[in-house]
Design a protein around this ligand. Structure first.
Ligand code: E4P
Length: 218
């Protein structure tokens, strides 16, 4: 399972990228809006930072408008993926963008039926929003698992991109059920790395090493 960062922040991207485990970026209008930079210029800078797919979302609501925006976004860099919502116009736009060789991610997916439509439209990725399903007292992980199962059964090539992840166990569970990608906020990425026993163990090794060096000196 590939690990992506869900952010518009270049600082966050640079920090996590240093770990050598970052494979891609998702953004959305909310995240981009926080950065207060011109969208296309900003996306270009993000795309230059990351060796992997970088998602930019369209804001038009009609098929032609989405295709127009998508084509523009795809010009920004070769690693741009165009995000479209799972609406009738979104499916039509994804079909057309795919015909033109552009990679797409269908966003705001909350049902297996929407995921089937995305695969049939030829989307490169489908993004079930797990956390937002959990927020309304439903089971986001079950939704993701159902989509993974359907895609495997049907032999769809659309990748399952688990989105709206809120904590490390979301990430672990997504790996267990066979999601292809997990995209998460910076805070979740940071929490993945932490373990108190690692910190305690590291300190003990350092202390023991220093004691050993001092003993050698006599
Ligand atoms: C994914 O592409 C979305 O940008 C994101 O995961 C939404 O997450 P949220 O529900 O935490 O806003």
């Amino acid at each position: 399972m590939k690990l992506w960062l869900d952010t518009g922040s270049l600082d966050e991207i640079r920090e996590i990228n240093r770990w050598g485990v970052l494979s891609g970026i998702t953004t959305n209008p909310t995240l981009i809006g926080k950065e207060k930079m011109p969208f296309e210029q900003h996306l270009k800078e993000i795309a230059a930072e990351v060796d992997g797919p970088v998602n930019g979302e369209v804001t038009a609501e009609d098929r032609d408008g989405m295709v127009e925006e998508g084509l523009k976004l795809a010009q920004i860099a070769p690693n741009i993926v165009v995000k479209c919502p799972v609406t009738p116009d979104g499916y039509a736009a994804v079909r057309e963008l795919g015909r033109q060789g552009i990679k797409t991610n269908m966003t705001l997916c909350f049902s297996p039926a929407q995921a089937i439509l995305a695969a049939e439209a030829g989307a490169t990725y489908i993004s079930p929003f797990l956390g937002r399903v959990d927020d309304i007292a439903n089971d986001g992980m079950a939704l993701c698992a159902e989509i993974v199962e359907i895609y495997r059964t049907q032999g769809y090539s659309t990748f399952v991109l688990a989105a709206s992840l809120r904590h490390p166990m979301h990430v672990v569970e997504c790996a267990k059920i066979g999601a292809d990608v997990a995209t998460m906020p910076y805070e979740v990425f940071k929490r993945l790395v932490n373990h108190p026993l690692t910190d305690i163990g590291l300190k003990r090794f350092q202390d023991d090493w220093k004691a050993y060096q001092n003993a050698l000196k006599g």
